[in-house]
Every structure is written in C-alpha cells, then in structure tokens.
Design a binder for this molecule. Structure first.
Ligand SMILES: Cc1ncc(COP(=O)(O)O)c(C=O)c1O
Length: 397
C-alpha cells in the first residue's frame, strides 16, 4: 500500500534504461561472448587524469562543499557563454554569461525550461522518435506532447510542413534534438534556421537540445542561430557536460536563453535543487578551460567508431539496416517483420549478449527499430556487434 499517486505520474512508463538493464541483472557472461552494452549512452572512457586531479584538489577547499549561486558559478556561466559564442558565432560576443544558467544535467535543463514555458493543458511539439525522458516529463505535468512523424527516408529529419501544421493556439514550444537521440541524425543548418523562423513567427519557443554537439560526424558549424541578434527571443538552448567531459555522475548541464526567461527558470531551480552540484560545476569549468584538444580528439574517436559501424554493417547477411546514424547513436530497422521491438531486443540480450534499446521505448510507430548507442564501444568491437546481429537475423524466431 502507498498513499494515492497523482494519476498523470502513475500513468507514465517506468524508466526505460532501468527496464532494459533489468534484462541482464544477475547474469554472468562467458569470456568468449561478453556482454556488449549499447543500451545507455555513456562515454566508454573515463575523464582524463588532469580533470580527476583538479576535482580531487577542489575537494580540499571548504567552498566546494557549499551551494553556488542559483544560476551557477559565474565563471562557468561566462566560460560556457564564450564556448557557445566561439563555436556558433565565431567569437562575435553573441552570448553573455547572463544568458546562461547551469543545471543539474540536461534532463533538468529541459524540465526547468518547460516549467517556465508551459503549463498543464498546453501543447509541445515533439517529433518522433521521442527522447523518452522529455515525453515522460510533459506527460506527468499534463502538457500534451504533439508528435510529428518519423521520416526514415530523410535519415530522421522531421518534415517542417508537418511541424507547421501541428502548431495551434495551445502550442508553446517545438522541441528538437540535434544530433538526435535516438536516431543520431544531425539536422542540417538550413532546417534549423527554418524551424527557428517558423517558431519565431508563431510566437513559440524553439527548445534545441545539443547534448551531442561535441561529437558531430562532420565539420562545420551546427547552425547559425546564435549569430542572429534576436536569437534569445525564440531559442532556448540546452546543453550537457555529461558526455563531453565524462561527468554523467556529477550532473551538470545548462540552458542558454533570454535572461528574463532564466529569471523564471531560477525560481524553479531554487525549489528543486538550489543549484547544480558544486564539484560538477568546477569540473565542467576546468573542462572548458583546458580540455579543448581532448574534446576534439574524442570527436575524432567517435567518427572512427561511426565509420567502423558502417563498414561492419556492409556484410550481406546482417539483416539489420542502419536507417540513420550520426553522433553517438544508430537507429536500426530489425529484420523480424511483425515482431515487436521489445521482443527483438530481449532476444538479442538473452541469446546474443547484446543489450540495445527497443524502438518502442521512443514512442508510437517505432516497433520496427532498435537504438544502438554505438559510441559506448571501441571501433574494434563493431564487427562483433554485426556478427551477433547477423546470427540473430538467421535464427528462427
Ligand atoms: C538528448 C539528450 N538530452 C539530455 C540527456 C541527459 O543528459 P544529462 O546527463 O546532462 O542530464 C541525454 C542523455 O542521454 C540525451 O540523450
């Protein structure tokens, strides 16, 4: 027995990653067929020793154990503003520290931003496949997620006309994730510019999550939105320090947006956490200050992993098709027509010791797909993944 739970929360699905990890709980794996875990997106390497030692030294300072300012350490806000400015606007001074608020991870950035932008009964456009946590947060708060179809034929880039058609009087925001989770798709700059224009003219926010922007599979600036003098009137930009500096456990992310919006976000932040973890913020600051080369090196590593994945999938008997792939993730069409993606993923976990996520965890109509967080594993393992998928494709279901 428990006290009654508010029905919107009770109706939300259990945390999906935990569910998938439950499939292998208590199992041990033979040395000649170890578990390959491409389920949760976590860097497959630790933070560099220099970052760990900076964090260790920071622990000795009494101030590290105290709260920071609600919007985050001023030095970190300034450093992230400069980092965004350098990457997207060529250092033109397009983003200031007042336009940055530090959060306890990017998931919290989304939750707080949406708390400021929408209330129960409002609508938010979330193209399919959904990043499940964002859909869950909207649902538990009574905000209606409006889906837009997944388009495998474009490698996962949503259709702008369909987005425009989904905007109505109750719409408060369009949420885009690029590079995308779960598809890995990188939305072209022209698409993002057009989405911005659409949102601006409709008077809604463009919430753009670029958690994976440090792992782009190609060169070039992701988009020119920060170069627009009016960017903060529409754009609410979300970022994570989790993957780039391997700080998933230290919970640091950020929102870049208009100061007036961040003032409102700060009220919610004060209630839920007061501030992002102090040690994590110091680590993120150190990363921005001194890990530029390391960050670029890891982008190269990810490109090598993507290239290895693509060449491993060239084997003719694989059965699984890469529908889209880019930064961190690949989205696969499985060969078992008529079988649900949960059943396919469970079978891969049970028989092939390969843990991937079912497409159905990412919203309706996704049962033909699986998500592979390929960035977790070394390039040398890609042929192993392909071999296990091929073995699964060949086995009777
Ligand atoms: C698209 C996207 N946004 C946000 C997050 C959460 O990041 P954080 O660890 O900073 O909360 C993830 C984590 O997987 C993600 O894939």
């Amino acid at each position: 027995m428990s006290p009654a739970v508010q029905p919107r929360l009770a109706a939300v699905a259990a945390p999906p990653i935990a569910e998938a990890q439950g499939w292998i709980a208590g199992r041990s794996f033979p040395a000649d067929r170890p578990l390959i875990d491409v389920c949760q997106a976590v860097p497959g390497y630790p933070p560099p020793p220099s970052l760990v030692s900076t964090m260790a030294q920071a622990l000795a300072a009494p101030a590290t154990h105290r709260y920071t300012e609600v919007p985050g350490l001023p030095a970190l806000r300034a450093a992230l503003a400069a980092d965004i400015d350098g990457l997207y606007a060529g250092g033109a001074g397009a983003v200031t520290a007042e336009e940055v608020l530090i959060t306890a991870g990017c998931n919290q950035a989304f939750c707080l931003a949406l708390s400021a932008l929408a209330q129960a009964g409002d609508e938010v456009i979330l193209p399919l496949p959904h990043y499940f946590n964002y859909q869950m947060w909207l649902q538990m708060n009574g905000i209606v997620p409006r889906s837009v179809a997944f388009r495998p034929q474009t490698g996962g880039v949503p259709d702008l006309d369909e987005i425009a058609a989904a905007i109505g009087p109750a719409t408060r925001a369009l949420v885009l994730i690029s590079p995308n989770n779960p598809t890995g798709a990188v939305y072209p700059p022209a698409f993002l510019e057009a989405a911005f224009e659409l949102c601006r003219s409709a008077g809604i926010a463009l919430v753009l999550d670029e958690t994976y922007r440090d792992f782009m599979p190609g060169d070039g600036v992701p988009h020119g939105l920060f170069r627009r003098p009016d960017w903060a009137g529409t754009l609410v930009h979300l970022y994570s320090f989790s993957k780039v500096f391997c700080l998933t456990g230290h919970r640091v992310g950020a929102i870049a947006a208009a100061p007036a919006l961040l003032d409102q976000v700060g009220k919610a932040m004060d209630c839920v956490a007061i501030c992002a973890p102090h040690l994590g913020q110091l680590a993120a600051l150190e990363g921005l200050k001194s890990l530029g080369d390391w960050r670029r090196g890891n982008a190269g590593l990810m490109r090598a992993r993507l290239a290895a994945l693509r060449s491993a999938f060239a084997r003719p008997d694989i059965g699984y098709q890469v529908v889209s792939a880019g930064a961190y993730f690949a989205y696969l069409r499985h060969p078992h027509a008529g079988r649900g993606s949960h059943a396919v993923a469970r079978r891969l976990a049970d028989a092939q010791n390969l843990l991937a996520l079912p497409g159905a965890m990412f919203g309706p109509g996704q049962d033909a797909y699986l998500r592979l967080a390929f960035a977790n594993v070394d390039a040398a393992l890609m042929p192993q993944i392909a071999a296990r998928l091929a073995a699964d494709a060949a086995a009777a279901f």
